[in-house]
Design a binder for this molecule. Sequence first.
Ligand SMILES: [Zn+2]
Length: 646
Amino acid sequence: MSEDEYNKEILEKVKGMIPSDAGNSSVEFEGPDVAIYVDNISAIYRDEMVIKNISASVKKRLIVRSNPNKLMEPEDAVKKIREAVPADAGVGPEGIRFVPEFCEVYIEALKPGLVIGKGGSTLMKIITDTNWVPRVLRQPTMNSDVIKGVRQLMFKESVFRKKFLGTMGKKINRIGNKSEWIKATALGGFKEVGRSSLLIETNHSKILIDCGISPEPGIKGHDANQGGENKAYPYLDSMNTTLNDLDAVILTHGHMDHMGFVPYLFKFGYTGPVYCTPQTRDLVALLLYDYIKLVMKTGGTPLYGEKDVRTMLTHMITRDYGEVTNVTDEIKLTYHNAGHILGSGTVHLHIGEGLYNIVSTGDMKYGFTRLLDEADTRYPRIDSLFIESTYGGPNDITPNRKQAEIELMNAITNTVKNGGKVLVPLFAVGRSQELMLVLESYISTNPQYKIEAPIYLDGMILEASAIHTAYPEYLRMGVQQRILSNNSPFESEIFEVAKGERGDILDKGPAVILASGGMLNGGVSLEYFKAMAEDPKNLAIFVGYNSVSSLGRRIQNKVSEIALPDEDGKMKQIKIGMQVKTVEGFSGHSDRRQLLDFVRNLRPSPRKIFTMHGEESKCEDLSRAMGNAMHCESRAPMNLDTIRFK
Ligand SMILES: [Zn+2]
């Protein structure tokens, strides 16, 4: 596309609305947004209606900044900022960073509210005093190497980001023709769980919702290539187009089966944006770096390297729930809370001016959890709904949550009383925090459940919890308030961090071990399992989803013996003497009833329903049940099916 084809009218329109006393001004596209640079920034901030009016007239988010030659020298600006921000905001010595490429200053604080000030007054003072536009970041209450690393990377790549967003902005605002048709193609995760990917196409746009890999592939023993068919990756080769023709990748959340294939796209030529929430970005970084490490450790070859993950991260554009964003000239994206894990979002796409509306749930929880609010049911419009079916089968009714908690606590306390150890294999992100909240609540409020043994956290659980503390406003009110008042349940003294002392923990007496690696397909939980499996006093408790082919599922099904590689990679028979228990009710997925309730409570009601992300029979059964309940067309597509909407 030549540069001339993009919509310069929008920029002219914005320019025409800038108050004259703002002085010299320039306007440019910055990704999906419009950025204004002026000499006198106060002239624009003086009246909040100015920004609102401009923004409304071009239907875009507006970013206002000072011209670079008006910025105060950083040494002087730092002093002004430190004067303006109260000391108890907790801005560390490295907490203020200038990003001249964007004429912005990032202020990282333990209490962002104090940097913002009442009604934004402190921010305004910083702008008028220094001309730098402040952006406030929350410092997690626990050390998080991932958040540090991601933020560092974004600063370091500012020059690239500026250029990338500029080019992308022109592409999004190209002068497009009206689209006549819309279709969706199932590229992965239909009638199966794993490698989720859905391609949405019009005459002029191509976007992917999610692009995952099947649960923990690449690890030795994984069934990725069994039966001659590659079941680990989405069918991107069916797209009939080059990766660079893709306009955008939109992620619903940061689990491997929804985003694990994206770095591979970058490795093979994709250069466009990846949309996600800020929390998803951090969780993606955590899980992908860990995945690479894990594959290398087990002697495999990862699909991509850390470099490709970094490339992916620098192409990310983060959006909060409720923000409307043009991902192409004709498709608008809005995230709504999905309640599944931190930052998980359902994707609402508005295509054309009122032409068609699609909602894809990703993974979704419409029910009580201690960690998150349940999924949103209000949308401006829904024509077609794509909904997950993980627990969509007729028998997938999870027990009462309270009963599940008591069952879990009894199992743990009894094992410990009998001198055994308890292993809880957990997905580091989501289920771990949920379980920590349960343990913390019972132990601190109910003497009956006092556990006379240490509770260890091992693997990525700690880092994942730390990321949660950077985003308390996205957690359920009670947890949020505790983090904000310096009483984070994730830092409770009942938890001990396992620091390179796995042998010690295993040699000592009773213990409760929360270890990452939910399905035992690798990760630290497998190490513990190997060491604990033979002793009948020990107990393994499963609380999350185990895919059909996972080791977790086989053990849940009570196999008595299993062959696993030892430290030198030699296969060794392990007798399973330990007790094995599955406690349902803690899932981050909706059960059958919750899925049906969600659809019934959706406003407006969808006109067509498509089920996905579930074993074949569950997708089919749920589709029938939803069609009957809603008196609408419903279907369980299979991979490679294409659905035409218009
Ligand atoms: Zn998920």
